[in-house]
Design a protein around this ligand. Structure first.
Ligand code: MG
Length: 280
């Protein structure tokens, strides 16, 4: 793969990504795919989907897990509903994550992305040890499928995330760095965080956001890439410094406005092409 191929977050029948038609129209060569519904995750569907993507010249670089019952309505709701942290749903979601990993293997994808949820900040919290244990279990399953597990950034400050990765102690555990999430959740200045966790970054989201008045208490506001507080150019320059050469995957989550979503993703593609030409 060339250095810094452009990507976009896409969905087929579940999740907030853009539809494949948009990927085709914009001529984008790579995608992060939101895992499809369980009924779609069959060997037959995997084969035909792979054929479609090959014909389009599109490569899936990460399959992202998502679960029934997750809500990003506000920060406390995320803490209560997202990922493998909530104890009530952990067992069935861990099982589903393994199924998603198996499906991704059929799609010849070597990385699984995951919002693990809000990792407790205190390692002495019993919940912290439970989340460490379940993440190990997830890593080991992915390892068996020849895959890495990429933790989506956002909920944790960089130092908390580093300690967590150290405690899980699996060498296929890495990071999908989403700079906008650091702002949306109020968990730290994104470029500073990127420098701290850089050695674990194996995929990124080109997403942007504006800080909330009370970061961490209320949501920041997602805006088109290049128009928020991330600093798109600084983001790419920092990735270059860190030696990151993987895909630059645009994420813009406004599925309720597909026309605007497509326009803004097209603008992000042009911005990234421009920045690549200048600094890549
Ligand atoms: Mg993201």
């Amino acid at each position: 793969m060339d250095k810094w191929p452009i990507g976009v977050f896409a969905s087929i029948d579940a999740g907030l990504g853009v539809k494949l038609e948009v990927v085709r129209e914009l001529g984008i060569p790579t995608i992060h795919l939101h895992a499809p519904h369980r009924s779609t995750r069959t060997p037959e569907r995997a084969r035909s989907f792979l054929e479609t993507l090959r014909a389009m010249g599109v490569k899936i670089t990460v399959v992202f897990a998502g679960f029934e019952g997750e809500s990003y309505a506000d920060i406390p709701t995320v803490a209560r509903t997202v990922g493998l942290v909530p104890p009530e749903t952990r067992k069935e979601r861990t099982q589903e994550l393994k199924e998603i990993s198996d499906f991704a293997r059929l799609l010849e994808v070597d990385a699984i992305g995951l919002h693990v949820g809000f990792v407790p900040h205190e390692p002495t919290d019993p919940l912290y040890q439970e989340v460490v244990a379940v993440t190990r279990e997830a890593c080991d399953h992915c390892q068996h499928n020849g895959q890495r597990l990429h933790l989506e950034t956002g909920q944790e400050a960089a130092d908390t995330l580093l300690r967590f990765i150290g405690d899980v102690a699996r060498d296929n555990l890495f990071i999908n760095f989403d700079p906008a999430n650091m702002i949306l959740y109020g968990s730290g200045e994104p470029i500073e965080a990127l420098r701290k966790v850089g050695k674990y970054v194996r995929s990124v989201h080109c997403k942007d956001a504006k800080w909330a008045a009370n970061p961490g208490k209320e949501w920041g506001r997602e805006v088109p890439f290049g128009q928020g507080d991330v600093g798109a150019e600084n983001f790419l320059r920092t990735l270059k410094e860190l030696g990151y050469t993987g895909p630059l995957t645009i994420e813009r989550e406004i599925p309720e406005e597909p026309a605007r979503q497509k326009t803004e993703i097209g603008q992000a593609v042009r911005l990234i092409e421009e920045l690549k030409a200048r600094i890549g």
